[in-house]
Write a protein that binds this ligand. Structure first.
Ligand code: AMP
Length: 286
């Protein structure tokens, strides 16, 4: 496994692989790799001849007061996981490489980034889209793999690629969960044992809302109220939002009679957790 930090060399390795007829799968990450990242790497390995992982804690996607300084950076363990997973190349750029002094260009995907996390983390998605666009220029892979865990991010990247005709395919991968349903996340390490237990209420609430919807409840307001009380019954939480949105538009819907997504962001014990789940057509409407 190669590790590289320079743009030209990294691009050269990818182009060289492709010139020899090999397809390249790309998994962009912020490191602190876990089973969720591993599932993306495995999907990339299954569907490509060679796999590139990038590890870069992107400062521009953290808003003021967020956990940039304390974000975990266990680089040796990360490289070990990549080695075991059969990764061919890890791109490890510096902040100066990705966010050079004097750069003023920003990628903004309007509309999709207005609500949900976009309204609670101003500038977050511009930070994500700009750095991912740069990564796609540095690692001109055939396919990039993104987790549904960060659903609004996935939809934003898909739109950016479509709108700007970027020559890369985006492949979404399902959310990997702990046995009690909590979505695996690098930030789960911040949770105390009691808060860790409480955090499972988020996925539990989404599952019960899914069951109510299956049984015919189409009213988004009532489904949201049901989830809110289930989460707050488990203990104190600061809920940023519990929303039911169109699966593609990410706009709030009132009646869940179309492909939709439950999206939740809540702080438990000071740790901001996000999760989401699809709501398909209820049984009665199939
Ligand atoms: P991050 O390192 O948090 O920026 O995440 C890098 C990629 O891993 C993103 O595409 C995330 O959506 C994805 N990811 C993070 N957690 C999970 C998970 N639990 N299941 C699947 N993908 C995930």
């Amino acid at each position: 496994m190669k590790t590289l930090s320079a743009i030209i060399e990294t691009r050269g390795v990818v182009r060289d692989l492709q010139s020899r007829g090999r397809t390249v799968g790309f998994v962009p990450t912020m490191g602190a790799l876990h089973a969720g990242h591993r599932s993306l790497i495995d999907a990339a390995r299954d569907r490509s001849d060679a796999v590139v992982v990038s590890i870069f804690v992107n400062p521009t996607q953290f808003t003021q007061g967020e956990d940039l300084d304390r974000y975990p950076r266990p680089i040796e363990t990360d490289l070990e996981l990549c080695r075991h997973a059969g990764v061919d190349l890890v791109f490890l750029p510096t902040v100066e490489t990705m966010c050079p002094q004097g750069a003023t260009t920003e990628v903004r995907v309007a509309g999709l980034t207005a609500g949900l996390c976009g309204s609670h983390r101003p500038g977050h998605f511009e930070g994500v889209a700009t750095v991912v666009a740069k990564l796609f220029n540095i690692v001109p892979a055939n396919t990039a793999f993104f987790g549904e865990k960060d659903y609004q991010q996935l939809k934003t990247i898909e739109r950016m690629v479509r709108d700007l005709d970027m020559p890369i395919e985006i492949s979404p991968c399902p959310t990997v969960r702990e046995s009690d349903g909590l979505a695996v996340s690098s930030r789960n390490a911040y949770l105390s044992p009691a808060h860790r237990e409480q955090a499972a209420s988020i996925s539990r609430a989404m599952r019960s809302a899914g069951e109510s919807h299956e049984s015919g409840e189409l009213n988004a307001g009532r489904l949201i109220a049901q989830m809110e009380s289930e989460i707050l019954d488990a203990g104190p939480a600061d809920v940023d939002y519990i929303s039911i949105v169109g699966a593609e538009t990410l706009e709030d819907i009132e009646t869940v009679d179309q492909p939709a997504r439950i999206c939740i962001a809540a702080r438990i014990g000071g740790c901001r957790l996000i999760d989401n789940m699809p709501l398909g057509a209820p049984r009665a409407m199939r």
